[in-house]
Write a new protein. Structure first.
Ligand code: ZN
Length: 266
């Protein structure tokens, strides 16, 4: 098993739990963490004894999203450099998780913001505790067109997706459960146990049948244009990185955006 610094990899029977493990930074996702997470997911998928993957966060929060402090070091990236960086580490990484041939569950407490909202929603199911909250504020805080993977309409419905993206507001776990984005809503003290119970139940199903039904469900979406929409949005998102509004935020320094992100986390 690999050594991870910013990811915690746990094998719990037939379940691999892969957690953001940088609680002192609200589990901010930097390059190192995302590369470790990608490696951890690949290990779990290659291990025949693992039937279900759980994506989680150590500490009070699932994750506050991308590491904006590290992102500031990319402020002078060319269009080509930014495209390549985000395609590999944000877009392709997320879609690999979405396409995982084993069932995946996000276990969410506290903040689940922006890139972390995107990552959690790559999972097939979401178990959230009552203190969890979700937002994608980057239209408002960064002048960018949402995050890289426009998963929002398919998990929220179009009306709620517009509400959240236009305002940048938080959606609490109860609202997320009510509209169907969250599959199970549980007290914080029961989050780990309930998630593992759900994973354990799914792990009893024949893995090949699970793999096939997931493929069929995803193909149904893809035939309706889902994947082409995501691809198109990624390019549109890159265009927003070249906008004056985004450039202004960068010129002022990201401290304002980081501060508003911190306030959102509370
Ligand atoms: Zn971006």
């Amino acid at each position: 098993m690999s050594d991870f610094e910013q990811v915690l990899y746990e094998r719990i029977g037939p379940v691999a739990r892969i957690s953001h493990n940088r609680p002192e930074r609200r589990n901010a996702e930097g390059t190192r963490m995302l590369e470790e997470m990608e490696r951890a997911i690949a290990e779990a998928l290659a291990d025949d004894s693992i039937r279900v993957l759980v994506i989680a966060g150590v500490g009070d929060h699932f994750s506050a999203g991308h590491d904006l402090k590290e992102g500031e070091s990319r402020r002078h990236y060319s269009v080509e450099q930014r495209y390549a960086h985000e395609e590999r580490l944000f877009y392709d990484f997320c879609l690999k998780l979405r396409d995982a041939p084993k069932p995946t569950i996000a276990q969410v407490q506290g903040a689940c913001l922006a890139a972390a909202f995107m990552l959690a929603n790559m999972c097939d199911l979401v178990v959230a505790s009552e203190d969890a909250f979700f937002a994608d504020p980057v239209v408002n805080t960064l002048g960018a067109a949402a995050v890289e993977v426009l998963i929002h309409p398919s998990v929220l419905g179009m009306r709620a997706a517009k509400d959240l993206l236009f305002t940048g507001r938080r959606m609490d776990a109860r609202e997320a459960y009510k509209i169907g984005m969250v599959s199970r809503l549980v007290p914080r003290s029961e989050l780990e146990a309930e998630t593992l119970a759900l994973a354990g139940q799914i792990a009893k199903a024949p893995p090949f049948a699970l793999k096939l039904v997931k493929r069929s469900l995803h193909r149904t979406m893809d035939m309706a244009g889902f994947r082409a929409g995501l691809d198109a949005h990624f390019d549109t998102h890159q265009l927003s990185h070249a906008s004056a509004a985004f450039g202004d935020v960068w010129e002022k320094g990201l401290s304002t955006a980081i501060e508003s992100g911190r306030k959102a986390v509370g």
